[in-house]
Design a protein around this ligand. Structure first.
Ligand SMILES: CC(=O)[C@@H](O)[C@H](O)COP(=O)(O)O
Length: 258
């Protein structure tokens, strides 16, 4: 079990609920992923509108925790208003805070993100900020009261994996008591395993499963990769070496060179 904010979970794999070929495939993917937390977007999945109502009923039947997000917001005030609506509609004080600053690569706006995080924390939210991997920004989010950070692996939907492992490794080393979840840009299960091997606490992704040829099978693959990466981190991965070193003992062999 691991503690995430005020709740305990077994799975460290958080799945997004957008872009699936059908609602049925989404549900089967969540099951195959064994995810206990899913992200929901207020704009797409508002339980108050007709389409959103069906989605809401489906999600409720999955018996998973909800992490509403502020996807699509481009200013602190938009994100704050969206978070307030999400709290009311989804009945949770958790919010995945997204404030997009650049439309080209959907990069979070660090300044608006910090401003919105400060305000939402003051209003009693548990803020999960989707942020870049910049150490100083992350430290300021922690100072603002964030207990969880969600730095990007790569821009949303690119599937590039961890484009800056050094920055992510630095975050892990410098913020040992903060829950770190890699969010966005993950393309393959090996990327998820890599994040967990760095000591990250969890992985959040959407596109790589929803847009896979077989989303259900890919969800299972990611689930296994997240577990494998975490086990490897606990087990202690050997340091890399430049020089070869025999793994088979040579002492006492019956052949020798003259
Ligand atoms: C699902 C979500 O809330 C976002 O964080 C994002 O869409 C995930 O990124 P990928 O789609 O690249 O996994």
């Amino acid at each position: 079990m691991w503690q995430l904010a005020d709740k305990q979970f077994t799975s460290r794999f958080i799945l997004g609920t957008a872009l699936y070929p059908s609602p049925d495939i989404m549900c089967r993917s969540i099951q195959a992923a064994a995810s206990e937390i899913v992200t929901v977007s207020l704009r797409r999945q508002n339980p108050g509108n007709a389409d959103g109502h069906d989605f809401w009923q489906l999600i409720q039947s999955m018996n998973v925790a909800l992490l509403p997000n502020t996807a699509g917001c481009q200013s602190a005030s938009q994100a704050i208003t969206t978070a307030q609506m999400a709290r009311e509609l989804f009945d949770t004080h958790w919010i995945k805070l997204e404030v997009i600053g650049d439309e080209y690569n959907l990069q979070p706006d660090p300044f608006a993100l910090l401003e919105a995080a400060q305000e939402l924390i003051a209003q009693g939210f548990e803020v999960f900020p989707y942020c870049t991997d910049d150490l100083v920004l992350c430290e300021k989010l922690v100072e603002a009261g964030c207990r969880i950070l969600m730095p990007w692996g790569a821009p949303i939907g690119t599937g590039k994996g961890l484009v800056n492992p050094y920055a992510l490794k630095t975050l892990r080393e410098r913020l040992p008591h903060i829950t770190l979840i890699v969010d966005a840009g993950i393309g393959a299960p090996s990327h998820a395993a890599e994040a967990m091997q760095l000591g990250f606490d969890g992985v959040l992704l959407n596109t790589a499963v929803a847009q896979a040829t077989d989303p259900v099978k890919m969800a299972q693959a990611f689930s296994l990769a997240v577990k494998a990466g975490q086990l490897a981190y606990q087990a202690g991965v050997i340091p890399e070496r430049d020089l070869a070193k025999p793994s088979t003992p040579t002492v006492g062999t019956p052949f020798w060179q003259q």
